[in-house]
Design a protein around this ligand. Structure first.
Ligand code: SF4
Length: 273
């Protein structure tokens, strides 16, 4: 993968840029990220909307890796909303304990499952307005489920997406809903779900909150925040995480070749940080 070795020629401030220019730059960034992360997918393991909904609720304040270690047993025990709605709360808490905040999460899960049984005949609804009425479900979770389990475009504004959208100059806001609308204006709806994955992948691997690896960043030349982090290429490369981290070249090669996360885990590769 090529990484530009020069600083961006100009620093662009949002105020100096027309909407059309910002759209073009935003789409160029997304195109580059798509080439850099062709394997970007939802990092939570799921096989149906119910599982993704549960996994996303559990992912609050913890890592996707930890959720993925917890859900196989959970889904085997409670395979659908009806089973979960009838769960014993203490048993449920034990199963989800590793994800943290297990009392609050178990209450949300029980209430959410009960609502799905009572109001939606046991099936996870496929509409934003219905999803956000469920316990423990905000716009972020609803958009994750719509985009990844129902194929309905959605922008998922988590902490990474919000930080990078601001660094890219796509928004000035810190309000997740406003950020969602500002960014939605720059892209075609068909691109929203994958855009969310690309940006979150980049935030987790390269453009970290405290030490962005600007010197090893594939979109540096279109980023007005270049220089906020380490610009020395060698030092920046050491800041990269997951499959981009130094020493994980084989993992990266296999991901680029299309091996699934399940296959890679089975082969013993570490998919965590
Ligand atoms: S790592 Fe640096 S150059 Fe890359 S997106 Fe983040 S702030 Fe911009």
């Amino acid at each position: 993968m090529s990484v530009p070795d020069k600083a961006p020629a100009t620093r662009r401030r949002k105020t100096e840029e027309s909407l059309l220019a910002r759209k073009r730059r935003a789409r160029r960034i997304n195109k580059e990220l798509a080439e850099h992360y062709p394997y970007a997918v939802a990092e939570l393991d799921f096989s149906n909307p119910f599982e993704l909904l549960v996994a996303t609720i559990l992912s609050a304040q913890t890592t996707d890796v930890r959720v993925n270690m917890t859900t196989p047993v959970l889904f085997a025990r409670y395979p659908d909303a009806r089973a979960l709605a009838e769960a014993d709360e203490t048993e449920l808490q034990e199963l989800i304990k590793p994800t943290g905040f297990f009392r609050a999460k178990s209450q949300s899960l029980l209430k959410m499952a009960g609502q799905i049984v009572d109001e939606f005949d046991g099936e996870v609804p496929g509409k934003l307005d219905d999803l956000v009425k469920l316990a423990g479900v905000g716009r972020k979770t609803a958009n994750v489920v719509l985009g990844n389990a129902f194929g309905i475009p959605g922008i998922t504004v988590d902490t990474h997406f919000l930080r990078l959208s601001r660094r890219f100059g796509w928004t000035d806001s810190t309000d997740a809903v406003k950020v969602e609308f500002d960014v939605a204006e720059l892209f075609e709806p068909k691109d929203w779900t994958m855009l969310s994955h690309h940006v979150v992948f980049h935030g987790r691997r390269v453009c970290h909150a405290r030490k962005p690896a600007c010197g090893a960043c594939p979109v540096a030349q279109w980023c007005p925040s270049y220089g906020e982090g380490e610009v020395d290429p060698e030092k920046a490369r050491k800041l990269l995480k997951y499959e981009l981290a130094p020493g994980r070249e084989e993992l990266l090669a296999r991901m680029m070749a299309g091996e699934t996360r399940r296959e890679l885990r089975a082969a013993g590769f570490p998919l965590g940080a």
